[in-house]
Ligand binder design. Structure first.
Ligand code: AMP
Ligand code: ZN
Length: 447
């Protein structure tokens, strides 16, 4: 099998082949640090993490760059509202983000650049685009002329021609939608509203547009052409479309080979938003007695590029499955072997565009297969990709009266009294415990 990934650029699943032999360069559009990241953002970073871990599992050498957007319209607006300097304001959310990815067991990227430390690189690109007459100056900023880049729209399949009026308009804001396909701002000249946020540069006093930040930081660390770029589907237009335009116009080379986008997280079938009161971050999840690993398991129950509907019931189901899985695994003894058959089934699932729900089924089959050899080491290998900490055991305290019921049930089972065994399972369930029957006897865990 070959690893196949769905490339937004071609709208096809393609066989993955890195540009440079065994080395993979991947860029993950990181968070805008103006808030704690929510469970939608965490899905995006968990997906990128699974992708990276799988590439490493397949022995690729991966260099991952994830940026932190620490200057844009939103960070400036909200830092001013709180009367803080931009740095002071973003530092807090940067810290929060690092805590969150650690809790989610997301591997640290090899490079984590911030936009404010790469202004020089951005200015260089803008200078070159001005020289090439692809960019032009107005009184409020420097803009990219989308008409000058023939392939504009190739990622989002947006057509410029149809937008007669729009194409001659300019967009100063960082975020806008397809109805506003426009020349976009590479550099924004200073206005009073920017307060003390500005850089005095060769191209004028001001600050960068959001899109140029990612072009500058990705090419600096990964080169002018690299393998993978990820983000959520909302970033396809305009952010990634603009990244392609300005990077390729600047270098004359193909910017990125594979564009991968994760789908949206919905909450109770609706868009997550503060006004609907259905907006959650990791702190909210943990407050309700769920763990980061249970949330991670929940993410894996859907392929990354399908919509995932978050409900508390759904998270609860993941919690139960996850705890059961760990309980059973804690009873498995090491026989110092690897089970090639299950590894290969796991790979088959993952190679099909990272089909984690299918790969989870393979894991469950392995865990329940009484005859399989090499169970423990195979699970460990699989968990290098899942990152679910399946072999870490924490103390689970089971009260003695519960253990007595379990014992009684074991006796019933030994006597093949299934009716009684089932009834006792129900009793346990009512008390909040689940019991699984394994080749090593029954294993009890909290629901
Ligand atoms: P932002 O900080 O808004 O740029 O978002 C960071 C990342 O999270 C981007 O890749 C977004 O596409 C992604 N993202 C934002 N909201 C959601 C959501 N509800 N579901 C999945 N991904 C999301
Ligand atoms: Zn970006």
């Amino acid at each position: 099998m070959n690893l196949k990934l769905y490339n937004t650029l071609t709208r096809k699943k393609e066989i993955f082949k890195p540009i440079n032999k065994n080395n993979v360069g991947m860029y993950v559009c990181g968070p805008t640090i103006y808030n704690y990241v929510h469970i939608g953002n965490l899905r995006a970073y968990t997906f990128a993490d699974i992708l990276k871990r799988y590439l490493k599992f397949k022995n690729y050498r991966v260099k991952e760059v994830m940026n932190l957007t620490d200057v844009d319209d939103k960070t400036i607006r909200d830092s001013q509202k709180q009367g803080k300097s931009l740095k002071e304001f973003t530092k807090e959310y940067e810290k929060g983000f690092l805590e969150d990815i650690k809790n989610m067991n997301i591997e640290m990227p090899e490079v984590m650049p911030t936009a404010t430390e790469h202004i020089k690189e951005m200015v260089e690109i803008v200078k070159n685009l001005l020289k090439k007459k692809i960019a032009y100056k107005t009184n409020d900023g420097i803009y990219f002329s989308i008409k000058k880049f023939k392939k504009y729209g190739k990622l989002s399949k947006t057509k410029i021609k149809k937008l007669k009026a729009g194409a001659s308009e300019r967009m100063l804001k960082d975020e806008y939608d397809k109805d506003n396909v426009n020349d976009f701002a590479l550099w924004k000249f200073y206005t009073k509203e920017d307060g003390d946020v500005f850089w005095d540069t060769e191209i004028g006093k001001g600050r960068p547009g959001w899109h140029i930040e990612c072009s500058a930081m990705s090419m600096k660390y990964l080169g002018q052409s690299f393998d993978i770029h990820t983000g959520g589907t909302d970033l396809i237009f305009p952010h990634h479309e603009n990244e392609i335009a300005q990077s390729e116009a600047h270098t004359g080379k193909k910017f990125v080979k594979y564009w991968l986008h994760n789908e949206w997280i919905l909450v109770d079938g609706r868009k997550m938003s503060k006004s609907l009161g259905n907006f959650y971050n990791l702190r909210d999840i943990i407050e309700k007695d769920y763990s980061a690993m249970e949330l991670r398991y929940f993410y894996l129950t859907k392929i990354y590029n399908q919509k995932l509907n978050f409900t508390w019931m759904g998270l609860k189901a993941s919690k139960i499955s996850y705890q059961r899985l760990k309980n059973i695994i804690s009873t498995i003894k090491d026989d110092k072997k690897i089970n090639k058959k299950y590894i290969s089934e796991f790979e088959d699932a993952m190679e099909d565009n990272l089909n984690t729900p299918k790969a989870l089924q393979v894991l469950w089959r392995l865990v329940r297969d009484e005859k399989a050899i090499g169970k423990l080491r195979t699970i460990k290998k699989i968990d290098e990709v899942f990152g679910l900490k399946l072999l870490e055991t924490e103390e689970i305290k089971i009260p003695t009266d519960i253990l007595e019921i379990v014992k009684e049930r074991e006796v019933a089972r030994a006597k093949k009294n299934w009716k009684k065994a089932d009834a006792l399972r129900e009793v346990l369930k009512k008390e909040g415990y689940a019991v699984d029957d394994t080749d090593k006897g029954s294993v009890v865990g909290k629901l």
